[in-house]
Design a protein around this ligand. Structure first.
Ligand code: IVH
Length: 702
């Protein structure tokens, strides 16, 4: 028995670790890169699997699990802001049953017989990104993204470009007892006041019409279009240049506020919250509705199931909040969401159409992926012509054939996918689909590597399709940012054998460019100028441009910051890379493998000779402290005199150590400040070394 339970746990641990890795990966792709790889619905499936396994094996839950954290770590481009009030997430309800379970939880939590009598506020769940706004004495002072819920990015300057966001608030009527008078009774005396501090929560989004215009202009400029309005809003809000945010027009709805002012009482309900937001001058979504009981909620949800597509903003569900704020305090929050609110998510939309063809594309890494070409069909407000088929396994599982009637789903407004085939409508003479065995671009036999599901063309350096994709990646905005060189031009250049690998861009001359069809003198000059300028791109951009597997823009940033030069990155050991928070063995292996290839080494040498900058500028180099705490794990409890906790954690990390929040067998030191918590006892129990602030400072050698 004992061993079988132990082996069950072992198996669960492996599964949990894999699910956590997937959740982290997709959260990062979604939040930090604005490039979701799977639909929201598929993400929810993975997340729920993880939640359910952790529920069965509570001993395997760790504070680092994504179920215990909100969103992704903030990216490094903006100043970090610690939220005064943490930004929580919401629990999801996917069905009427889930809503009923929530009602039962409310009844248990509030110790009432029947939550049907409670008032709820139903609001659209706007599909954008959440934002925290701070106003002091009525003046906008700061706005930040959610980030990981505790710390986000300061995007104040970009937020200032949102037309409907007030820079200055309107004063509000306050009664003598400090309560807010939203509607004044006859004869009542009130004073107009400006709250000392107002913390607002809302959603920045991109209106659907603006999104369509923006994507069209991106396509025209040979740039990558955004997958959905949410990513477009997020990408626009996180532009380094506020003028770009302004040009892209994002919008705002607000849904929460906290007043921090001794002379003014908090609003009593969510309904009053929303009224007050409007009174202060904030934009509030107009279709909010106060309803009674689960019945009322259901009516709202049903009413908007279809009509939500007529709104000029995308919604992915309904947020339901208990109206009475007193009940909020009673129920409290879990580690990542309040118990008094829930997000109802609409099921993904599905529609039938005909599969006209299956075509294959070769990606930058040689991955060959199938796309379904469909008879155009309307779905969730747009016309769908293509859908992803993911990979060969998916095609085999679906047993999909050209001419089939298929069901297509748009989940979370990401790229549509084929869900299933209507076999009963299949033509009698339909032909089994034969998956290609050779690369459509270079005819090299396709292979599956290790346990990967995707087929790859391993003709890495000579496959024309891969060459083109790599060159397209190289000129990209986040990479070398070579303006004016897009997909079509690159295809033309490759065909004319002007460019084959990235270094060839730096050998282009006006004479060579003018041999291309439709190339004018002026364009040629501009292209050469953009190529020249790209030589000065930061090291992080260059590392990203190389297209090293698993090295996205933010990992490139981490590597550049830690190693300061291309040479140092080339020489870095797996251990050194893994000491960076956010870098693990998969990434380290990718880097090492890349630089082990002689073609890549040759490319770096050529680029250097051609004048491409290969190091962080001297004045911006990070000083690397000796890694004296490498491999050591610290937990801090209580308050220290000389160091703020965050600073102490940074000092530990800068020396290669780790700072965690809970004491376990893996902890090496517990640092004890004034008024420590129960962690000291736990440390004693486990026999972990306990040190005070002075001893800690001595360890840091400061
Ligand atoms: S309330 C403490 N209301 O949905 C709970 N959130 O899945 C805070 N969202 O992070 C959220 N519309 O980005 C709330 N009317 C609304 C919303 C809304 C969209 C987003 C928000 C939140 C996420 C949770």
């Amino acid at each position: 028995m004992e061993t079988s339970h132990a082996s069950q746990i072992d198996e669960a641990r492996l599964q949990i670790e894999e699910l956590r890795r997937q959740v982290e990966h997709h959260r990062f792709a979604y939040y930090a890169l604005d490039k979701p790889e799977i639909s929201d619905a598929d993400f929810d499936v993975i997340y729920r699997q993880l939640e359910s396994l952790e529920k069965h094996f509570p001993e395997l839950v760790v504070p680092e699990s994504p179920t215990q954290k909100v969103g992704a770590a903030p990216s490094t481009d903006f100043t970090s802001v610690r939220h005064r009030i943490p930004m929580l997430s919401l629990a999801n309800a996917m069905s009427a049953d889930d809503l009923d379970e929530w009602r039962e939880r409310l009844e248990r939590g509030l110790e009432v017989e029947d939550a049907r009598q409670f008032d709820f506020v139903c609001e659209h769940k706007i599909d954008g990104l959440s934002i925290a706004l701070t106003y002091e004495n009525g003046n906008f002072i700061r706005g930040a993204t959610r980030g990981n819920g505790t710390t986000g990015e300061d995007v104040s300057n970009n937020l200032r470009t949102i037309k409907e966001m007030p820079q200055k608030l309107k004063p509000i009527a306050v009664r003598e007892d400090g309560s807010i008078a939203l509607e004044r009774a006859a004869g009542e005396t009130t004073a107009m006041k400006m709250p000392a501090l107002v913390e607002v929560r809302g959603e920045v989004y991109m209106a659907v019409d603006n999104f369509v215009t923006l994507n069209q202009s991106l396509v025209d400029a040979n740039e990558t279009a955004f997958a959905n309005p949410r990513n477009a809003a997020s990408g626009s809000l996180r532009q380094k240049d506020p003028r770009k945010t302004a040009a892209r027009k994002v919008s705002l709805w607000t849904y929460f506020l906290y007043i921090v002012d001794d002379t003014i009482k908090q609003p009593r309900s969510q309904w009053e919250n929303l009224q007050l937001l409007a009174a202060l001058g904030f934009p509030v979504e107009p279709n909010r509705t106060k309803v009674t009981g689960i019945e009322g909620i259901r009516n709202f949800v049903d009413h908007w199931a279809d009509s939500r597509h007529d709104l000029n903003y995308q919604t992915d569900g309904v947020v339901i909040k208990l109206d009475d704020r007193k009940l909020w305090d009673h129920l409290g929050n879990t580690s990542h969401s309040p118990r008094w609110a829930i997000a109802f998510k609409y099921p993904p939309e599905e529609v039938e159409t005909t599969l006209e063809d299956i075509k294959f594309e070769v990606g930058r890494t040689g991955a060959v992926t199938p796309t379904a070409w469909l008879e155009p069909v309307k779905l969730a407000g747009t016309t769908v012509k293509r859908a992803t088929l993911h990979n060969a396994d998916q095609i085999a599982r679906l047993d999909i054939r050209i001419g089939d009637t298929v069901v297509v789903r748009k989940a979370g407004e990401v790229i549509p996918e084929v869900v299933c085939v209507k076999f009963e409508r299949r033509a009698a003479d339909s032909q089994h689909f034969v998956y290609p065995t050779h690369c459509p671009a270079c005819q090299t036999p396709l292979e599956r590597v290790g346990e990967e599901v995707v087929f790859r063309c391993l003709n890495v350096y000579n496959c024309p399709a891969q060459k083109v994709r790599r060159l397209i990646h190289w000129v990209g905005k986040e990479a070398m940012n070579i303006d004016g060189v897009g997909e079509m031009l690159i295809e033309q250049m490759v065909k004319a054998q002007l460019v084959e690998k990235p270094s060839d861009f730096y050998r282009l001359t006006e004479e060579l460019l003018l041999t291309l069809e439709r190339m004018g003198k002026k364009s040629a000059t501009n292209i050469l100028a953009a190529v020249e300028a790209s030589k000065q791109r930061p090291l992080a951009a260059l590392l990203f441009a190389l297209g090293i597997r698993h090295v996205g823009r933010s990992v490139a940033e981490l590597l550049a910051e830690r190693f300061n030069s291309m040479e140092a990155v080339q020489e870095a050991t797996s251990e050194q890379m893994c000491a960076i928070e956010g870098v693990g063995t998969v990434i380290a292996d990718g880097v090492i493998e890349y630089f082990a290839q002689s073609e890549n080494q040759a490319l770096i040498i050529e680029l250097r000779e051609l004048g491409v900058k290969m190091a962080v500028d001297a004045d911006q180099q990070t000083v690397i402290l000796p890694q004296s705490l490498a491999g050591k794990t610290f937990v801090i409890t209580g308050t220290m005199e000389k160091l703020e906790r965050l600073e102490a954690e940074q000092q530990i990390k800068a020396r290669g150590g780790k700072a965690t929040s809970s004491v376990s067998k893996k902890t090496d030191f517990v640092i004890v400040g004034a008024n420590p918590g129960s962690k000291v006892a736990k440390a004693q129990e486990l026999g972990i070394k306990i040190i005070d602030e002075a001893e800690f400072l001595a360890l840091l050698e400061i």
